[in-house]
Ligand binder design. Structure first.
Ligand SMILES: [Cu+2]
Length: 171
């Protein structure tokens, strides 16, 4: 019969347990080796950086774009949000200049404005978003937009993504 003290048993068993944990960690590292994300094979290269000289394909505006083009005047452009739409949503701003877009919330719901940015994707680092990001009914938000790439960008309201949006032509 072995007569080891608990302390001696610990000296033997702890290194064994640690070794097993290391082994388990080493074997667990192959989970994402299949080149898939959410079960969808990444045949394209979605992580490739956008070319620096042109904007990527933009999402469709969720709201019908009005014919009337609203241009920035002296760096300021104003539109309004109702429930749930923009009154003016066919905007035009100059390239390489900061335009302050004022969004007057004439509705009662919370609205805002988010521009998809050159990558044409929502909720990425190159988006431009109004300040505040939640514009209460009756309040006004501002979005400072300084585009360095010409093209037609899409914007939308984060709270009504299926119905409230528009386009901004740059250049
Ligand atoms: Cu909205």
């Amino acid at each position: 019969m072995l007569s080891l003290s608990p302390a001696k048993w610990a000296r033997i068993l702890v290194p064994i347990a640690a070794g097993l944990l290391l082994l388990a960690a080493a074997c667990g590292g192959d989970d994402d080796a299949g080149g898939t994300e959410n079960g969808i094979a990444d045949t394209a290269t979605p992580t490739a950086p956008a070319p620096a000289d042109e904007i990527q394909s933009q999402p469709d505006s969720p709201q019908e774009v009005v014919d009337e083009v609203t241009e920035a005047v002296d760096g300021v452009l104003q539109t309004a949000a109702g429930d749930n739409f923009y009154t003016l949503n066919n905007l035009k701003v100059p390239l390489n200049e900061m335009t302050t877009i004022e969004i007057v919330n004439e509705g009662t719901a919370i609205h805002n404005m988010r521009i998809a940015g050159p990558d044409g994707e929502w909720n990425t680092d190159d988006d431009s978003v109004s300040d505040p990001e939640l514009i209460s009914g009756g309040a006004t938000g501002v979005l400072e937009f300084t585009p360095t790439l010409a093209g037609k960008y899409t914007f939308r309201c984060d709270f009504h993504t299926a119905e409230q949006g528009g386009v901004i032509v740059v250049g």
